[in-house]
Write a protein that binds this ligand. Structure first.
Ligand SMILES: [Zn+2]
Length: 308
């Protein structure tokens, strides 16, 4: 397996207010753990600048203009109660999109079997016309549409195991059966969406998890709902919205997963990528707010991507 890792120093320059859980130290913790020689074989790539036109694959132009206008010249601007922008946030968000699209290029052209994009800000809460939940643009949604437009992918699956429901991704693909969206998430929890009966055009599969549940319930949701949906759909590409805030150490939620669960779930999705998608799998960092839980979970996830 050739696994690419996309990073860029600009991702550290999206600055959030003091005490905000979505902070640059998250990426420093990931960089530290992936510095270990166990990851020497990673194909490390500096993320390219993104093409702003690809934002329009998932968001209308007036919304993009609104986000751009909200970027401050100095200090930190508030976009909603918990979503903020600093002077370099636009560049960080564009580069996150550039990295995700480049990872799609890699898996379709055979330069890599799979890729992990360690970027911020995250994306899965960004709806068509609303930036929220620490997210400005929906990077996973843009990457899915990019795969369809550039490589003719007919069916793209997005599997979202972040502990929060990806309301943004669900919103963008609600009536688009060419994209399957599967999410495991704690319920009740922010943002409040993600009930089982939210099914879109039959392409939305929500598997809510009760607070204080853990490995067994998560794996059962994967085995009984997510994986069968993937087998029925037979995607040309699998994108993971890889948040690691369902880890038991995470301060924002009450699901008790361990890094072994992320290792297992990664392996399950790789099997489906082999079966249906020519191994093509692109993983994008979303949440994960306990630095140790995040680092150990990313190590397990990326280690599995490399091993197959
Ligand atoms: Zn989250």
């Amino acid at each position: 397996m050739v696994t690419r890792l996309y990073t860029h120093p600009i991702f550290l320059e999206h600055i959030t207010p003091p005490g905000h859980p979505e902070r640059p130290d998250r990426l420093r913790a990931i960089e530290r753990v992936l510095d270990d020689e166990a990851f020497a074989a990673l194909d490390r790539v500096k993320a390219p600048e993104g093409d702003e036109a690809t934002i329009l694959y998932a968001h209308p132009a007036d919304f993009v203009a609104r986000v751009r206008a909200a970027i401050p010249d100095e200090g930190i601007a508030r976009i909603d109660a918990d979503t903020t922008a600093s002077p370099k946030s636009w560049q960080a968000a564009i580069t996150a999109i550039g990295a995700a699209n480049a990872a799609v290029d890699d898996v379709f052209t055979g330069r890599a079997d799979n890729a992990f994009v360690a970027a911020r800000p995250p994306g899965h809460h960004a709806e068509k016309t609303t930036a929220m939940g620490f997210c400005l643009f929906n990077t996973a949604a843009i990457a899915a549409r990019y795969a369809q437009k550039k490589f003719g992918a007919e069916r793209v699956a997005i599997v979202d195991w972040d502990v929060h429901h990806g309301n943004g991704t669900q919103d963008i693909f609600w009536d688009d059966p060419s994209v399957l969206y599967c999410s495991t998430h704690q319920m009740p929890l922010y943002p409040g969406t993600g009930a089982k009966n939210e099914t879109g055009a039959g392409n939305i599969v929500n598997a809510p998890l009760a607070p204080q549940t853990g490995s067994e319930v998560f794996r059962d949701a994967f085995l009984s709902r997510v994986l069968p949906a993937l087998d029925d759909f037979a995607p040309d590409l699998i994108i993971i919205s890889a948040g690691f805030d369902a880890h038991h150490r995470d301060p924002l939620a009450e699901i008790n997963l361990t890094e072994d669960d992320f290792d297992w779930a990664t392996g399950q999705l790789m099997q489906r990528a082999t079966r249906h998608s020519g191994n093509r799998l692109v993983s994008l960092l979303e949440g994960g707010y306990d630095l140790q839980g995040l680092a150990f979970s990313v190590a397990a996830h990326v280690g599995r991507l490399m091993k197959g």
